[in-house]
Design a protein around this ligand. Structure first.
Ligand code: F6R
Length: 619
């Protein structure tokens, strides 16, 4: 069984003009994997390591040519063993050996003790440094390759790792070893003689067009001619290297303002437009190339139940998509949290059930694990994913890419919009197959096509939302309420507030509040209510009355035709109206802006919230 337990970003390069330039750029791109420390080591030139969020200092030193040389390795850390600090940042060095590591070495304490008894000293709290010292120890007697192999054989059986190892006495050489950890990709350019290594293909953009993956359980020595020596230490047959073509449709755009999060929220209209693309037109209805292969269409004909899986924001998108599939296509659908269903007994008929996995990164460990386990049960697997060329799309039978470009800020904003739009397209596509009338279909498509302009209009209220966020940023707790689709938007808005501003926010379906949570309400405990003028508006407003009767202050996100007016204890933000199932795409935007401005008011960096990373590749 595959299990992906680690985050961290890894990169390496052999035989470049200035290794550190490539590695410095890679650290930027791999910040999605962790920012608890960064480091670069270049053969013959030493290393520079910095603590959390200090990438700029490192990059300035690289720009001043403080690391010259042609071969090097780099690392973005997400702390596991040892606090986030410069000392614990990788690469770790012992004698001539330098190592970057992604993973977890289960017997590192025993090995460390053994090495201390042999006279070695340690400068970090990490398990990774133990491996560097162990290789150094064996290197005294053995050639580089054998020394690394011997050190790997000393690691406990449940240890998981991706290592890049350099030896000062073996120039232009990096050994890679991988077991049970995230992928290590490589590409050798025969014209330049340069070899590139990274844990994520986006690092290769602008350098090479194709790449390969170091197979699970393998150790490979790379040099100026590419692969020089391989070894499979799990005893299985050496696997063939499969060549993959780099997807160039997904490149990071330039940062135009102070924060990626702002840029990504502000692109809401374009994001919705791009996610729709040419997939929804009044003439042809919904066309989804990714799932229109004959064998997938055949299987979809038999499906009478969708299970939609995701984590965090993607789980919220999954919930909205499930509700929409039931409402628009009339097919049973429910959303699940991937990390829970890995451990549950789930009953389904693989002939008539399909799993849809929702993920921005395409790498989320909990989703990958669920897919790996359910794959053996023969269920049809579809995906709604943003980053192409990643593990989740590779595991699916077919899918829909969001086509919204990279999302860089840790907190998902535009990805949520992209996922929900793709879910809407899928629900309408299924509706088309199951008797949704052309008139109704076109009414929905027109509403979808009108959404980008409506999303842009919301930003006319930006300064009002900013003022509100500043005013409320001092509170310690927030309640977020909504009903039906907007109970989910409430959960998403609360998650956004928590993860970047660190204000505690609790979300509830508004009707459920009176069954206990209402006890919390007083003047100090405000509520943000998402209540567009839809089929549940009146019911939600009853709950607003209950809160106001208990002196709770409320902020309400609604539509102009709800005719709500602001007063001392009730502030109303009005946004354009659309069909009920599409309205989360609009109502979520003020909640994102609110979280962003509360975070700025408190002096935090919204792009890199504490303890988080963009791709959650730990279980
Ligand atoms: C919240 C957030 C996370 C992710 C979650 C799933 O703002 O970004 O909750 O949504 O970690 O990640 P993906 O979508 O990459 O599978």
């Amino acid at each position: 069984m595959l299990s992906f337990l680690h985050m961290c970003g890894i990169s390496g390069i052999i035989n470049a003009k200035h290794a550190a330039d490539f590695l410095s750029g890679a650290l930027d791109l791999l910040s999605t994997r962790g920012y608890d420390g960064y480091g670069i080591a270049v053969q013959g030139s030493g290393s520079i390591k910095v603590g959390p969020k200090d990438l700029k200092t490192l990059q300035e030193k690289v720009a001043q040519n403080q690391l010259t040389g042609v071969t090097g390795i780099a690392h973005n850390r997400w702390a596991t063993h040892g606090i986030a600090s410069q000392q614990n940042a990788h690469p770790h060095q012992s004698g001539p050996i330098t190592v970057v590591h992604n993973g977890d070495l289960d017997n590192y304490q025993e090995l460390k003790k053994e090495l201390i008894d042999l006279g070695y000293t340690f400068s970090s709290e990490t398990d990774s440094e133990v491996f560097a010292v162990l290789v150094d120890y064996y290197r005294k007697e053995l050639p580089f390759f054998e020394a690394v192999e011997k050190a790997i054989l000393r690691l406990g059986i449940t240890s998981r790792f991706a290592f890049l190892v350099m030896d000062e006495t073996t120039p232009n050489t990096i050994i890679v070893a991988r077991r049970g950890s995230n992928p290590i990709l490589w590409s050798h350019d025969e014209h330049t003689g340069i070899t590139y290594l990274a844990s994520q293909s986006s690092v290769f953009h602008g350098y090479v067009q194709t790449y390969q993956e170091v197979p699970e359980g393998h150790m490979i020595q790379f040099g100026i001619n590419g692969v020089e020596q391989t070894k499979n230490f799990t005893g299985e047959m050496v696997q063939e290297f499969k060549t993959r073509v780099l997807d160039t449709s997904h490149q990071v755009s330039e940062k135009t303002g102070k924060h990626w999060m702002y840029q990504e929220m502000k692109s809401a209209g374009d994001t919705i437009r791009n996610a729709i693309g040419r997939r929804a037109t009044l003439d042809q209805g919904i066309v989804l190339g990714g799932i229109e292969k004959p064998e997938i269409q055949e299987r979809l004909k038999k499906i009478n139940r969708f299970i939609i899986a995701g984590c965090g924001t993607s789980y919220h998108a999954a919930q909205i998509i499930a509700m929409t599939i039931e409402e628009v296509a009339g097919i049973q659908a429910s959303a699940i949290i991937a990390s829970e269903y890995i451990y549950r007994t789930t009953v389904f008929d693989p002939e008539t059930t399909a799993l849809i996995c929702i993920s921005q990164s395409g790498e989320t460990a909990d989703v990958v694990r669920l897919m790996t386990e359910w794959k053996t049960r023969g269920i049809l697997m579809l995906g709604i994913v943003n980053v192409p060329d990643t593990q989740i799309p590779r595991l699916t039978d077919a899918g829909i890419y969001c086509n919204i470009g990279p999302e860089i800020a840790v907190a998902s904003t535009k990805a949520f919009l992209g996922q929900v739009v793709c879910g809407n397209l899928f629900a309408l596509w299924m509706g088309q197959q199951r008797g949704l009338s052309v008139a109704k279909r076109n009414e929905y498509i027109q509403e979808l096509l009108d959404l980008p302009a409506k999303a842009d209009l919301i930003f006319e209220q930006e300064s009002e939302i900013k003022n509100l966020a500043e005013k409320f940023s001092q509170v310690k707790n927030f309640l977020y309420l909504g009903r039906k689709y907007h109970a989910i938007v409430a959960a998403e808005g609360a998650l956004k507030l928590k993860e970047i501003s660190y204000i505690h926010a609790e979300a509830y379906p508004s009707g459920e509040m009176k069954h206990g949570t209402i006890a919390l309400i007083d003047e100090q405990f405000p509520t943000l209510v998402i209540a567009p003028n839809d089929s549940v508006f009146k019911a939600t407003m009853n709950n607003v009355a209950e809160i106001r009767a208990r002196k709770g202050r409320v902020i309400i996100i609604s539509n102009p035709d709800s005719e709500l007016v602001s007063s001392d204890d009730q502030i109303v933000i009005t946004i354009p109206k659309t069909s009920e199932f599409l309205s989360p795409l609009l109502t979520v935007i003020p909640t994102q802006l609110f979280a962003y401005y509360a975070t700025l008011a408190l002096g935090y960096d919204p792009d890199c919230p504490r303890n988080l990373a963009k791709s959650v590749t730990v279980e």
